[in-house]
Design a protein around this ligand. Sequence first.
Ligand SMILES: Nc1nc2c(ncn2[C@@H]2O[C@H](COP(=O)(O)OP(=O)(O)OP(=O)(O)O)[C@@H](O)[C@H]2O)c(=O)[nH]1
Ligand SMILES: [Mg+2]
Length: 179
Amino acid sequence: MLKKQEKVFLPDNMSIKKIAIVGNPNVGKSVLFNVLTGQYVVVSNYPGTTVEVSRGRMNLEGTDYEVIDTPGMYSFLPITEEERVARRILLNEKPDIVIHVVDAKNLERMLSLTLQLMEAELPVMLVLNIMDEARKEGVSINIQVLEKELGVPVIETVSTAGKGIEELKKRIKSYGNGL
Ligand SMILES: Nc1nc2c(ncn2[C@@H]2O[C@H](COP(=O)(O)OP(=O)(O)OP(=O)(O)O)[C@@H](O)[C@H]2O)c(=O)[nH]1
Ligand SMILES: [Mg+2]
């Protein structure tokens, strides 16, 4: 006779935290996604659309994360199908962290999306990517001031060279414990 099950285990994915990577097209979201997740990636069409969304896994010191690479969006008010999918992922899947990736060369222009995401009360982190080109152009950004002004973590990266990734992981791990 079968013994009655004594413990109810939560399905594996109940304890997994979700991270959505968002931002304008061509800012390095997918490069960053690949650096964070490695090889275990699932690419599928978002239900009811032809827009591809990649999902992968990352483990940071014993905590599992599902990382979602969202299609490029210019605004949180969607016009294109890609933008509608990105918005739906943010609103329906309620990620624990929303990593807004910007091209550091065009920071000012891209900050309006950061503010829109914050206004929607999403848990935002700002990644200033492509810092190598920005520095070459003479752009320098005072991270401490920007963090204070925005009230969210700000991290500089060169995703293609793996620079800033350790710091980013540290800030992901400690997200929610203050700046
Ligand atoms: N120099 C430099 N190039 C980068 C960096 N990160 C990404 N790139 C380049 O930027 C281009 C766009 O990168 P993707 O990761 O495809 O950009 P994306 O944001 O996913 O773009 P969409 O999927 O179209 O929204 C690629 O040619 C990358 O090699 C960086 O830190 N420095
Ligand atoms: Mg991409």
